[in-house]
Each structure stands twice: as structure tokens, then as C-alpha cells.
Design a protein around this ligand. Structure first.
Ligand SMILES: [Zn+2]
Length: 599
């Protein structure tokens, strides 16, 4: 975390700035007499470019706002900054000045309240993020990967804005029941029986497969991967606190959370809950006080032998699925943290219940987590689902179709995370062709710098602008700020990619050295490895007797024949390729080819 040269207390006519904690100054409004009405947070002050976040939304007098901004600018300049970026909710009051530039606030759509909120973190310069992880009883399908690419984009954007990110993704290896129910069979245990492998083999195997997919997608790993089975004693303690404080009650089948103890139960779902969840229950539970009450602990009463069970004050059993996320997030990020992410399916039940039990447990009158972010689904309506892996379409299935894994990342980033995405194989093939072309154009623009490993080294907004200043390039500065504006506005990756695509069509618009800085910034934010990906990366695995140039020649002939409307020649080329097991698919982005059944 950068230490702040803005130290305070700094008295101005209408405002007083003082150090509330390292890295954050509080602002007193001396006109209205309110203490700590705003704050100032310098994020990057290492180089000539400084980013200062200012919050004056609650400062009532204009004089105090002006005094605060004047003080911030004077002090930041005195600290050596030649360009000051200001992120503030009072943009209109920032003095128009050489060397001062207003940048948009980092804002995210908060499912709590369904509104675009400025991201204000609990600790200056740092953001704690918890993402609900996979239940490792089977392979993750393509749609399951979307939440992690989305959380990764949030993380990359926060880091780009100079923040340290503490990220946790859990591994659910117990407690998630078939059909998300409270009673019934554990998904992991059922898989273990069905596959004739131990629980350990099942969860390790599917966790490794999940990690492999994340690596292929350039998803940066979180700081922690907690497994539910490692936190059972903490879960029992947590549930015990809830029972001791009358938030939970015992039934023969376990310990249940009493949702009527929470006035705002269900606020996240934003719906009237009456009766809504009943349909989700596989079997109604005798003795439940409210329909929405859920199991904190499931006591096993049927005498069946189980692979996953623990002793508890409520008898031998296993923890409820919702409980684990509350316990593991608090254990690793603190009682309160900034952002909780997940798929939109979690918004109506899992996260509602996490909030209820966590706020009951803490009982400190504060919201447990301030920002709830949810990604929309990937729809498979039009997709052929049955593949080598059985019922689901996995990343490896796309790779077998000759699609580069990062083309799938590219496809996801081409839609905003809150838009539903109707997945088709054709769309994925098209994304492959489109990324291949973009990658080629970027390599052209980079010239001799293409392939340099430094292109994937992360950079922050202020570092990139420092480099633009050294290169004396207003054009580069303007592009970096445009990229920044797309991402900090609720992660509009599709806008950023449209910009990059446009820029890449004019390779001569920047000198090579400036392209290097720009592409480093693009890679920091998108994880697409542009400049490193080369044409060879887009060639599918080939049998030893098949030559790429032979394939490319036939394809070129076919293209020419089609352009000349010589359909019989075009068909003959397609047949020649098919005879060598090369399948050709025409997509809106161009022609894609791959070898049937791989090499
Ligand atoms: Zn969760």
C-alpha cells in the first residue's frame, strides 16, 4: 500500500483534513460542523502521475468541498506529481487546471439495491473479494467458468487502479446437496459412489481439472482456496453462536436458522419471499418455523453409513452449504469485507441465506458485505451438448474443435458480465477466428516488440500514464484513459475490446514503443496475452502427416473459388480437406478449421 505524503492535519478555511488511518484522510466540514464527512485516499504516488480518490458526497458545504480539493491538489503537487488524476463525486468542482484530470469513479452494479455504486473499500487501497467456488463432484462446464473470468476482471481492474486485492475462492467438497436442497444426498458423496472412487479422489481430481481450465483461461489464482472440509470445526462454532443467541433451533433432522429473526431477510433477492422457496425444497421438513428457514447443520437420522460425517452438538452429520461460505470468507477476509461475487443463481437463495446467518452471527448492526456482484448465465439453448465428456460442454471440448482457450475468454469478455450470453459452438469458433485476427494485427503493430514477455507484465493506470508522459504521447494517454473508463464503469469489457479492435486496424497510429505500453495495459485488464499469441497458437493439433501450409493452400483456393462463385471448385476443396479429416466451418468472423478427432 502506498504511504501517503498527504498527512494532515491540514487546516483550510472551510475544511480540515486529518489522517484517520494510514492511507486515508478524513475531511471535516468546518462550515456545517460535521466531522469525518468525507475522505481522501491517494492510490498511486510513486511516479509523476498520482491518482487521488476523494469522497465529498456527504460534505454539505460547497466551501468545504472546494477547500478539500484545493488542499488535495496543493499537497499532491508538493509531493512531486506532475499529473494528478482525481476520482471524485464532485467532478464539477474540480479546478480546471493544467496537470489535473478528472477520471471516472470505479463503480460496480451492486445487487443489494440494484444500483451502480462507487466502490469504497473498508481499508484504504485494498479490496477483499470472496467468490463462491465450485462444488467439485464433476467437471465444470463452460457456463461454470464465467463467474471466475468475471471475478478475475474485477480483480484486474482494481489492481489497475492501484489497489491490492485479497481474493478467496472456496472449494465446496461437502455440504452441497443434490438439487440445492437441505435434506438428501451430498453431491460429492453421490459422485464417489457412482464412480467407485474415494471422496478424496473425487474432490482432488475435479479440483485439479477446474484449476487446469482456469489456467488455460488466464484466470489469476486467488490468495486462498479454502476447502469446506477443512473448516468444519469453525462451522460448528459459528452455528453454536447462532443457537446460543436464539437465531437457530433444533429439529430431529438438524439445526435450522430462523429467518424470521432477520427483519430484512431476502433484501438481496429484492422479492417478496413468501412461498417462493418452497418449490425448491425436495422434501418439506417437519417442524420448520418458516418456509424460508434453512439447515445450518444436517443431522443424519436414517442410520445410513456416510463417507462425509462429523460429530457435533446436534448429532453426527454435516454442515449446510450456505454456512461454509460465511465461515470461510470471515476466516480469511475478516468479519466484514468488500465484495462478494457469484453467479446470478446465488442471488435468490444462497447469498440471501449467507447474509442472514452472517448478520445474525455478527449482530453489530452493520451490513456484513457492502457489495454483491452477480454475473448472468451462459445459455446453452442452441448448443449441442453431448460431447466426449458426456452431458456437459467443457473447455476441453472447445479445444478439441480447434478453439484456443483464450478465445473462450475473449468470447466471454465480448459481452458485459451482466448480459445473458447464448452460447453456440459457432459463436466459439467465430471467437477463435476473431481473436486470431486481432492477435495478428496487434503483432503487426508491435513489430519487433511482438513476443516480448514484458507485454504480459501487469501495469497500473498511473504507471502506464507515467510511461506515456515519458514518451510524450497525448495519443497514448488518451487511449489509456479510454480503456480505463470502459473498465471502471462496471467492467464493460466489451467496450474495451471494441476500442482495441479499432486501434489495431490502424497499426501506424502509434509508434512501436507506445503500442508496447498500450498492449501491456490491455493485457493487464483483459488477460488475453495479445502480442504473445501468434499464428502458431491458433493451429489445432495436427496428425503428423498433415501439413498446415497444405491446409491453408486448400482453404485459400476455396476462398478464391467462392469469391468467383465457382461452387464446384469450392466444394472440391472442402472435400479434399474432409478426406484428410479437416473440417471447415464458416462463421460470421471468417473460416475456422480443425481436425476431426484431434491428432
Ligand atoms: Zn457461496
Amino acid at each position: 500500500m502506498p504511504t501517503s505524503p498527504l498527512v494532515g492535519p491540514e487546516e483550510r478555511d472551510a475544511a480540515r483534513l486529518w489522517e484517520a488511518e494510514p492511507g486515508r484522510l478524513a475531511v471535516d466540514d468546518k462550515v456545517s460542523g460535521s466531522v469525518g464527512a468525507g475522505w481522501v485516499e491517494p492510490v498511486g504516488l510513486a511516479g509523476g502521475t498520482a491518482l487521488v480518490r476523494v469522497s465529498t458526497a456527504a460534505v454539505r458545504s460547497d466551501e468545504a468541498v472546494d477547500a478539500t480539493l484545493r488542499s488535495v491538489l496543493a499537497q499532491t503537487r508538493a509531493a512531486g506529481a506532475s499529473l494528478i488524476l482525481i476520482e471524485t463525486d464532485d467532478e464539477a468542482r474540480v479546478p480546471t487546471d493544467d496537470g489535473v484530470r478528472v477520471v471516472p469513479m470505479l463503480r460496480v452494479e451492486n445487487s443489494m439495491g440494484r444500483r451502480l455504486d462507487r466502490l469504497v473499500t473498508l481499508h484504504p487501497g485494498a479490496v477483499g473479494v470472496y467468490s463462491c467456488g465450485p462444488t467439485v463432484y464433476s467437471f465444470q462446464h463452460l457456463g461454470n467458468m464465467r463467474p471466475y473470468v468475471f471475478a478475475d476482471t474485477l480483480k484486474r481492474t482494481a489492481q489497475w487502479r492501484g489497489m491490492t486485492v485479497h481474493h478467496v475462492i472456496n472449494i465446496t467438497d461437502v455440504g452441497h446437496l443434490v438439487k440445492d436442497a437441505d435434506q438428501g444426498d451430498d453431491k460429492v458423496e453421490e459422485a464417489s459412489r457412482a464412480e467407485g472412487r474415494t471422496v478424496e479422489e473425487i474432490t482432488r481430481g475435479y479440483t485439479e481439472a477446474y484449476w487446469e481450465d482456469l489456467r488455460a483461461l488466464n484466470v489469476t489464482f486467488p490468495d486462498h482456496w479454502p476447502r469446506a472440509t477443512e473448516y468444519v470445526p469453525q462451522m460448528i462454532n459459528f452455528a453454536q453462536v447462532l443457537e446460543d443467541n436464539a437465531f437457530a433451533y433444533r429439529l430431529p433432522v438438524g439445526l435450522y436458522f430462523d429467518t424470521s429473526t432477520q427483519d430484512d431477510y431476502g433484501a438481496l433477492a429484492g422479492l417478496d419471499f413468501a412461498g417462493m422457496l418452497e418449490g425448491a425444497r425436495v422434501e418439506p421438513v417437519e417442524g420448520k418455523r418458516n418456509k424460508t428457514d434453512f439447515a445450518l447443520w444436517r443431522t443424519f437420522t436414517d442410520g445410513r453409513e456416510r463417507l462425509l460425517e462429523w460429530a457435533s452438538p446436534w448429532g453426527v452429520g454435516a454442515p449446510g452449504w450456505h454456512l461454509e461460505c460465511s465461515v470461510m470468507s470471515m476466516a480469511l477476509l475478516g468479519d466484514h469485507f468488500d465484495v462478494h461475487t457469484g453467479g446470478i443463481d446465488h442471488r435468490e437463495l444462497h447469498h440471501v441465506n449467507e447474509i442472514a446467518q452472517s448478520e445474525a452471527y455478527l449482530s453489530d448492526g452493520r451490513p456484513w458485505v457492502r457489495y454483491w456482484m452477480h454475473n448472468e448465465f451462459l445459455n446453452f439453448g442452441g448448443a449441442k451438448m453431448a460431447k466426449s465428456s458426456g452431458e456437459i460442454l467443457r473447455l476441453t471440448d472447445l479445444v478439441q474443435l480447434g478453439v484456443h482457450p483464450l478465445a473462450y475468454r475473449y468470447l466471454l469478455l465480448q459481452s458485459h458480465y451482466r448480459s445473458q450470453l447464448a452460447f453456440t459452438e459457432r459463436l466459439a469458433l467465430g471467437a477463435h477466428v476473431a481473436l486470431k485476427r486481432l492477435a495478428a494485427r496487434v503483432r503487426d503493430a508491435l513489430g519487433p516488440a511482438a513476443g516480448s514477455p514484458g507485454l504480459t507484465e501487469p501495469v497500473t493506470l498511473t504507471e502506464a500514464l507515467d510511461e506515456a508522459a515519458v514518451l510524450g504521447s497525448p495519443a497514448l494517454t488518451q487511449r489509456l484513459l479510454a480503456l480505463d473508463a470502459a473498465l471502471v464503469d462496471d467492467l464493460h469489457t466489451e467496450r474495451a475490446l471494441a476500442l482495441v479492435s479499432d486501434w489495431s486496424r490502424a497499426p501506424g497510429s502509434l509508434p512501436v514503443a507506445e503500442w508496447e505500453v498500450l498492449i501491456r495495459a490491455v493485457n493487464t485488464l483483459t488477460g488475453l496475452d495479445l502480442g504473445l499469441l501468434g499464428s502458431a497458437d491458433f493451429v489445432p493439433p495436427l496428425p503428423p502427416d498433415l501439413d498446415v501450409s497444405w491446409v491453408e493452400d486448400r482453404l485459400a483456393e476455396r476462398e478464391a473459388a467462392r469469391a468467383a462463385k465457382d461452387w464446384s471448385l469450392a466444394d472440391r476443396m472442402r472435400d479434399e480437406l474432409a478426406a484428410r479429416k479437416v473440417r471447415v466451418e464458416d462463421t460470421p468472423d471468417g473460416t475456422h478449421w480443425y481436425v476431426v478427432d484431434g491428432a
